[in-house]
Design a binder for this molecule. Sequence first.
Ligand code: DC
Length: 223
Amino acid sequence: MILNIAMDGPVGAGKSSIADAAARALGILHLDTGAMYRALGLTALERGIDLQDEAAVTTLMRAIDVTVAHDANGQRTLVDGRDVTGLIRTPEVSMAASAVGRYAGVRREMVALQQRLAATTPMLVDGRDICLRVLPDAPVKIYLTASAEARARRRYLEMVEKGDTTPFETVLVDVIARDKQDMNREVDPLRPTEDAVILDTTEMDFDQSVQAVLRIVKEKYHE
Ligand code: DC
C-alpha cells in the first residue's frame, strides 16, 4: 500500500506552506489540490464562462486537462500543458476556485484525478475533501485550522510582502466569505472527519505548526 497523508482545512490556515514543508521533511511529494480547482477557476474566467452555470463549468472541467508536475520548487499546475502556476493566486481566482468547487460533476472528476495521482506515489495531499473523499483510507488524517482572524492576518502579511495594499478588513471579509462557501456547499462541505486529528495553529508560528504535523504523522504511523 502507498502511504499517503490526508490534510484538510479552511482557507488561510497555512495549509499549503505547512504541507509543503512537512512533505519535504518526510521526503514525499505534496499534492496541492486547491491549485487544481484554482486552475479550473482561472480557465473559466479566461474563457468568460459564467461561474453560476453548473453545466457550463462541468463541461469545461471535462474538456480540459488539469495536471500537476513536481520539481525542486514544488508543484507546478498545468492546463492543457500550459503552466498556470503563476496566475492562480489572485483573490479573483480564489473566489472562482471556491465557486467551481461547489459542483458535483467537477468534484467527481477532480477526486478521480487526485486518487489516480496518489495511487502510485506517496504524497501529502491537502485540500477540503481529502479525508472524506480523496483518501478515505489514509493512515494519517489531519484537519489544520486557526481562527478566521489569525488566518486573515497571515494572508494579509503575505500580501503586504508582495506589495499588495488590500486592507486587512477586506482580507478578513474574503476569508469569511470563502469559509461560508466551502463549509455550506451541498457536495462534501468542508468539516473535519471523525478520524482526523484537529490541529489548531492559532497560537503557533510556522515552524511549530510543521513540527506539530510531523509529530502527528509519527504518532499515527506507530499506532
Ligand atoms: O486551498 P486553496 O485556497 O488553494 O483552495 C481554493 C478553493 O478550492 C477553495 O476555496 C475550495 C476549493 N477546494 C475544494 O473545494 N476542494 C479541495 N480539495 C481543494 C480546494
